[in-house]
Design a protein around this ligand. Structure first.
Ligand code: NAD
Ligand code: WQD
Length: 336
């Protein structure tokens, strides 16, 4: 029996493929390569020494997805496929709602048709909006301030309604905090198409000389150094959390929601300083206006995942910096 990984050629999906293969699962990937390269899967095979079957298909193409389920012995789905750029979602809401929500609905219809009812879904800490306090627990009020976050909230609701409507569904909703870092081999990592939106790839591209200076968005937040605080989580830890969630669904069927974060927040300046300390590279930066929609502080209370899944993050900020840098240094142009 195999695990279907949607969006498996992407950043988090490819790292999760490695963990799945290392744990002995058979892996099948479906991806339309809209934000990734097939090369990532070649490298997953190289790292693990195991095969990965790949279908280049769009989740919006119901017939194509149906064919995969007809051909393959799929027992569960890990659903990463989606568009994820917050600012782009504000300028292209229809594209984001269509891709993320209709893509998920198509997948769920086909799963239902083939009686495959186990799914692990990539949600995001963005569903907590601007939290009233930190650390954030899973029962905090949910809200969204942009179409991307709204699409995650809607999918969470769809999954919960589906669970309530029909016995047999087994659903894990994983709310990621700020995924970063790369596989320690330096062979797979985050490969943004354009100028990165996120802090870590921006820093590594400054370090490698592709970008000149880091803009630090906001210096007057209500935080100790005035810059935004986030819960950065190593992508390998995140991937390991998916294996634990899958095991949980196998042992205790139901619907579950977990935060995947370290429980520790770092400011932008702390990240910049740690990166310089670990790599020996100075990162020039300047303070800029706050980025619209940004919040001051976000970090997880990860104790539910610890207590129920036996999962905790193993890697700290030093490893995130070292691994992100190894990937960028070895692959200055990503997979190109
Ligand atoms: P990514 O863009 O690297 O990976 C997503 C993959 O999905 C890409 O390979 C893309 O080609 C594919 N895809 C998109 N739409 C598709 C479609 N309609 N059909 C088939 N394939 C499609 O992004 P990522 O960082 O690996 O994120 C994976 C998931 O985790 C996403 O759902 C994202 O929203 C969620 N997430 C990411 C972060 C983050 O900061 N990276 C944080 C929280 C949640
Ligand atoms: C982190 C901190 C910025 C870039 C986003 C999405 C969220 C989730 C993860 C998908 C903030 C600051 C950043 C830069 C900076 N994605 N920053 N200069 O905004 O916490 O979360 O990615 O689900 O939904 O919103 O992550 O890495 O963009 O920013 O100063 O060039 O770094 O202001 O304080 P964010 P990020």
């Amino acid at each position: 029996m195999a695990i279907l990984v949607t969006g498996g050629a992407g950043y988090i999906g490819s790292h999760t493929c490695v963990e799945l293969l290392d744990a002995g699962y058979e892996v099948i990937v479906v991806d339309n390569l809209s934000n990734s390269k097939e090369e990532s899967l070649k490298r997953v095979r190289e790292i693990t020494g195991k095969p990965v079957k790949f279908y280049k298909a769009d989740l919006l193409d119901r017939q194509a997805v149906n064919e995969i389920f007809k051909n393959e012995p799929i027992e569960a789905v890990m659903h990463f496929a989606g568009l994820k750029a917050v600012a782009e979602s504000v300028s292209m809401p229809l594209r984001y709602y269509h891709n993320n929500i209709t893509g998920t609905l198509t997948l769920l219809y086909v799963m239902q048709l083939h009686n495959v009812k186990k799914i692990v879904f990539s949600s995001s800490a963005t569903v907590y909006g601007n939290p009233h306090t930190v650390p954030i627990t899973e029962d905090f009020p949910l809200s969204a301030v942009n179409p991307y976050g709204q699409s995650k909230l809607i999918i969470e609701r769809i999954l919960s309604d589906l669970y309530n409507s029909e016995p047999g569904w087994n659903i894990a909703i994983l709310r990621y905090f700020n995924p970063t870092g790369a596989h320690p081999s330096g062979r797979i990592g985050e490969d943004p198409n354009r100028i990165p939106n996120n802090l870590f790839p921006y820093i590594t591209q400054v370090a490698v000389g592709k970008l000149k200076v880091l803009n630090v968005y906001g210096s007057d937040y209500d935080t100790p150094d005035g810059t935004g605080i986030r819960d950065y989580i190593h992508v390998v830890d995140l991937a390991a959390g998916h294996i634990k969630a899958l095991q949980k669904l196998n042992e205790n069927p139901g619907i579950v929601v977990y935060n995947l974060g370290t429980g520790r927040g770092y400011s932008v300046l702390e990240v910049v300083n740690t990166f310089s300390k670990v790599t020996g590279i100075n990162i020039p930066f300047r303070f800029a206006e706050r980025r619209p929609g940004d919040i001051a502080t976000s970090f997880a209370d990860p104790s539910k995942a610890k207590n129920e899944l036996g999962w905790t993050a193993k890697y700290g900020l030093d490893e995130m910096c070292a691994d992100a840098w190894r990937w960028q240094q070895n692959n200055p142009d990503g997979y190109k």
